[in-house]
Design a protein around this ligand. Structure first.
Ligand SMILES: *Cc1c(COP(=O)(O)O)cnc(C)c1O
Length: 714
C-alpha cells in the first residue's frame, strides 16, 4: 500500500494533479511540464520545477481559477488522458512482443538513480544512466522495479571559492516536498526489514518513487531503534570510510532482497548495476539454502537469473575489501544457515591468495549474463577479468557489451522536438530508434536548423548569466568570480562545452597545454571562440580539485578575454541547457579510459557536434562526417608525450577545421557546411545511442534468455 502525502486543497475538477505530481512521468512529457508551469510560472521556477512542493505552496485562489479556466482544463484533460493511457501500458513494445513474459519482474539494483533534480540521488553518469533506463523501461512496458537508497543529503552542491577551490555544500532534502511516499503495510505502518550486520541488526524502511509505470524502492536506515551511526548510513552518496562503504553495500544487497520479499515482489531476473550491489546474490543463495537446496545448486540457480553490468575499468577502492571485514559483517547472515565462510569468501576472491574480496568479482562470478557498456569497453573488461577464467583466451572471456544510450524524451530540447515533428514525422518520438526514419533529417531547411541552434545557445548563455547574477546578488561574490561564472560570454561566439566529472584521466586541462596557442585561438576577434567548463570533483579527489582550480584561475587571465567560464554545480538541470545550447561538445580522455560516456550522445541528438578522442561510445558513433575525432598517434607509452601530441592535434583541428567552418557563412549568415554535419550527427547518432535501443538490447540478449533459462550469446 502506498500513501500520498495528499494535497487536500485541490479542487475536484483538477484533483488528478496530485497523482501526476507524485509520478515523475511528468518530467519527460513536455505538455505535462507546461501544465504545471501554467498553474503558476513564478512558483514553478522558485520550486526548481518541483510539482509536489509547488502544490503545497500555491495559493488556493490560483487553483480555483485554474479549475474554471477552459484553456487550462483543456490542457489538463489532455495530459491526464495521456497519463492514464501510459499507465495502462496496454500497447507497449514489451507487452506486444512478449505477452507471455508480462508476469516476470526485473529487479534493477543501483546505488544511484537520477530521475529529476527534485530527487538528488546521483553523483553523475551512472545515476543519469539508471534514471534514463527506468524511464525507458516504463515507456517500453518492461516490468521493472528499481532498488536503491533514499539519501536525505544525496550528493553535494558545488561552490567554487574566489581562489578556485571546490567547496562541498550538503543540503538536507525535505521529504515532504519530494516526490516520494513511504511504503506502508496493510495496517498503515511503515515497512521495516532487518539486515544483519556484524553482531547487530540494522532496521531499514522504504520509500517509493513512481517513474511512469516503473517503481523505485529506496532504502533508508534513518529508523528509530537504530544507533545514531546506523541511522546516518544512508545519509549521503559515496561518503564514509571503507567500513561504511561495505555496510552500505551489504544493506542494499541483502536489504534490497528482503524489501522486495516484504512487498510480495518475486523477481525472475536480477540486474546488478555495478558490483556495489552484488551482495544481493549471496542473500538469494542464503534463501535457497534455508529452503533446503544444496549450496552448489543454489549458486547455479542464482547465476542463471542474474545480470551484471560493469561500468568501470579497473578494480577500485570502492569495491575491494579485506576478507576479514567481509567475514565480520556477513557472519550474522551466513551463520543462520550454516554456510561455509571459506566457500563464500572464495566467490569474491580478488587474487589467488584470497586476501582481498571484490564485490565486482563477486558480481561477475555470480551472474551468467555480464556486460560492459560499449564495444571497446567490453574488450577492456575481457582483458581485465581474464584471470577469472584462466582456461579461456581473452577473446572468449564471457563478458559481452551493450552500448549505453540516453533517454531521448528527457534530453531533447523542445525546440528541436518541434522541428523533428514538422519535418521528420509527427510521431517521431514514438519510433525514435528507427534509423530509416531519420534519413528525413536532410529535409529540414538549413535556416530552421540554424534558428534552432541559435535559440538554444541563447538560452544557455542566459541561464549561465542568470546563475552568475544570482550569486552576485545573493552571495556577494567578487567581480572576478562573476566573470569566471560566465559574465562575459557572447551568444554569437562559437561555444565549446567541456562538462563532466573532474578526475585525472578525463584531462580537463588538456586544452590549456599551450597557453599562448590557446590565447591566439580565442582572441581571433572575427572568429571568437569561448569555452564553458562544468563538473564536480569527488570530495576526496584532491587532484580533481586542483584541475578545477587551474581552469578557474586561468579564466581570470585578461588575455583570455572572459571567454573561458566555469559553471558551478553541474547537475541534470544545467546539463540540459549545456547539451542543448553548446556548439561543440568536447571530450579528451586518455585513450581506453572512458567506458562509454553519455553526455556527447545527449548533445548529438540536439545537433551539438562531438569533438572527442575515439574512446567509449564515440568509437562506434563516429562515421567521418558527423563530428570530429581527435586521432591519437603518439607511438609511445609515455603519458606526457600523449598529452602533448593529443593537444597539438586538438589545436590543429580547431584552427584548421572547426573554427573556419563555423564562421563560413552565406549572405544570410548561415553556415551550410556546419549544418550538414549537424544533420548527419542527428541522423546517425539519435536512434543508435538512445536508451530505447539499449533497453531492447538488454531485453533480447539478457533478460529473455535468463527468463527462459537459455545460455547467453556474446
Ligand atoms: C549525462 C550526465 C553525466 C555523464 O556524462 P559523461 O559523458 O558520461 O561524463 C554526468 N552528469 C550529468 C549531470 C549528466 O547529465
Amino acid at each position: 500500500m502506498m500513501n500520498n502525502l495528499s494535497v487536500s486543497k485541490l479542487p475536484r475538477r483538477i484533483e488528478g494533479l496530485n497523482e501526476l505530481a507524485y509520478n515523475l512521468w511528468w518530467s519527460w512529457h513536455i505538455e505535462a511540464r507546461q501544465l504545471f508551469k501554467a498553474l503558476d510560472n513564478a512558483l514553478w521556477r522558485t520550486t526548481g520545477h518541483n510539482p509536489v512542493k509547488m502544490l503545497q505552496q500555491i495559493e488556493s485562489h490560483r487553483l480555483v481559477a485554474a479549475a474554471q479556466d477552459p484553456m487550462f482544463l483543456k490542457k489538463y484533460d489532455s495530459v491526464i488522458n495521456d497519463f492514464k493511457d501510459a499507465m495502462s501500458g496496454a500497447d507497449t513494445w514489451f507487452n506486444t512482443q512478449y505477452p507471455h513474459l508480462k508476469q516476470h519482474t526485473i529487479a534493477y539494483f543501483s546505488l544511484e538513480f537520477a530521475i529529476h533534480n527534485s530527487l538528488p540521488l546521483y553523483a553523475g553518469g551512472l545515476g543519469v544512466l539508471t534514471g534514463d533506463y527506468c524511464k525507458e523501461s516504463s515507456d517500453l512496458g518492461l516490468p521493472l522495479v528499481g532498488v536503491g537508497f533514499m539519501y536525505p543529503q544525496g550528493y553535494f552542491h558545488q561552490h567554487i571559492s574566489a581562489d578556485g577551490w571546490q567547496e562541498e555544500v550538503y543540503e538536507q532534502l525535505n521529504f515532504n516536498e519530494a516526490p516520494i511516499s513511504p511504503v506502508l503495510t496493510a495496517e498503515g505502518k511503515p515497512i521495516i526489514v532487518e539486515v544483519p550486520l556484524d553482531t547487530k541488526s540494522v532496521k531499514v524502511t522504504v520509500w517509493q518513487v513512481n517513474v511512469g509505470r516503473a517503481k523505485l524502492y529506496l532504502l533508508d536506515t534513518n529508523v528509530e531503534g537504530n544507533s545514531q551511526t546506523d541511522r546516518e548510513l544512508s545519509a549521503r552518496l559515496y561518503a564514509g570510510d571503507q567500513e561504511t562503504r561495505l555496510q552500505k553495500q551489504i544493506i542494499i544487497g541483502i536489504g534490497g532482497v528482503r524489501v522486495l520479499r516484504a512487498l510480495g515482489i518475486e523477481p525472475t531476473i536480477w540486474h546488478a548495476n555495478e558490483g556495489y550491489t552484488a551482495f544481493m546474490t549471496l542473500e538469494r543463495v542464503r534463501e535457497l539454502v534455508a529452503k533446503g537446496i544444496k549450496f552448489t545448486e543454489a549458486i547455479n540457480a542464482v547465476r542463471a537469473t542474474t545480470v551484471t553490468t560493469i561500468h568501470t575499468l579497473v578494480p577500485g577502492v570502492s569495491d575491494t575489501f579485506p576478507r576479514e571485514l567481509i567475514a565480520k559483517y556477513l557472519h550474522g547472515s551466513w551463520e543462520s544457515v550454516n554456510l561455509d565462510t571459506e566457500e563464500l569468501l572464495k566467490l569474491g576472491a580478488q587474487g589467488s591468495d584470497n586476501s582481498t574480496f571484490s564485490t565486482t568479482v563477486l558480481a561477475l562470478r555470480m551472474s551468467n549474463y555480464r556486460n560492459g557498456v560499449s564495444q571497446l569497453h567490453g574488450g577492456t573488461c575481457r582483458r581485465t577479468w581474464n584471470h577469472l577464467w584462466p582456461d579461456k583466451e581473452e577473446k572468449d572471456v564471457p563478458i559481452g557489451s551493450v552500448t549505453n544510450g540516453v533517454h531521448v524524451p528527457t534530453w531533447i530540447a523542445p525546440q528541436a522536438a518541434r522541428l523533428y515533428e514538422t519535418y521528420i514525422d509527427k510521431d517521431w518520438l514514438k519510433k525514435h530508434d528507427d534509423s530509416a526514419m531519420w534519413d528525413k533529417v536532410v529535409d529540414i531547411p538549413d535556416e530552421w536548423i540554424w534558428a534552432m541552434r541559435r535559440w538554444l545557445k541563447n538560452k544557455l548563455i542566459s541561464a549561465v548569466n542568470e546563475r552568475a547574477r544570482r550569486r552576485w546578488i545573493e552571495d556577494h561574490v567578487n567581480p572576478e568570480q562573476a566573470l569566471v561564472m560566465g559574465g562575459l560570454l557572447d551568444p554569437e561566439a562559437l561555444t565549446i562545452a567541456f562538462c563532466r566529472r573532474f578526475t585525472g584521466y578525463k584531462r580537463a586541462t588538456l586544452i590549456f597545454h599551450d597557453f599562448d596557442r590557446l590565447k591566439r585561438i580565442l582572441q581571433n576577434e572575427l572568429q571568437p571562440l569561448q569555452i564553458i567548463f562544468a563538473g564536480k570533483a569527488h570530495p576526496n579527489d584532491e587532484h580533481g580539485k586542483q584541475l578545477i582550480q587551474k581552469i578557474y584561475n586561468s579564466a581570470k587571465d585578461h588575455e583570455f578575454g572572459g571567454q573561458i567560464a566555469f559553471v558551478e554545480d553541474y547537475d541534470m538541470h544545467i546539463a540540459r541547457y549545456l547539451v542543448h545550447g553548446a556548439d561543440v561538445w568536447l571530450n579528451t580522455p586518455q585513450l581506453f579510459h572512458e567506458a562509454s560516456g553519455t553526455s556527447g550522445q545527449k548533445a548529438a541528438l540536439n545537433g551539438v557536434l562531438h569533438l572527442s578522442m575515439l574512446d567509449g561510445w564515440w568509437c562506434e558513433g563516429y562515421n567521418g562526417k558527423n563530428g570530429w575525432a581527435i586521432q591519437s598517434d603518439a607511438e609511445t607509452s609515455n603519458p606526457a608525450e600523449h598529452d602533448n601530441s593529443d593537444a597539438q592535434e586538438l589545436y590543429r583541428m580547431l584552427e584548421e577545421k572547426i573554427v573556419p567552418l563555423y564562421y563560413d557563412r552565406d549572405i544570410n549568415g548561415i553556415p551550410h557546411g556546419w549544418i550538414q554535419i549537424v544533420k548527419e550527427a542527428i541522423r546517425s547518432n539519435t536512434p543508435l545511442f538512445s536508451t530505447r535501443r539499449m533497453v531492447k538490447e538488454y531485453t533480447e540478449r539478457m533478460y529473455l534468455p535468463a527468463a527462459e533459462n537459455k545460455s547467453p550469446s556474446y
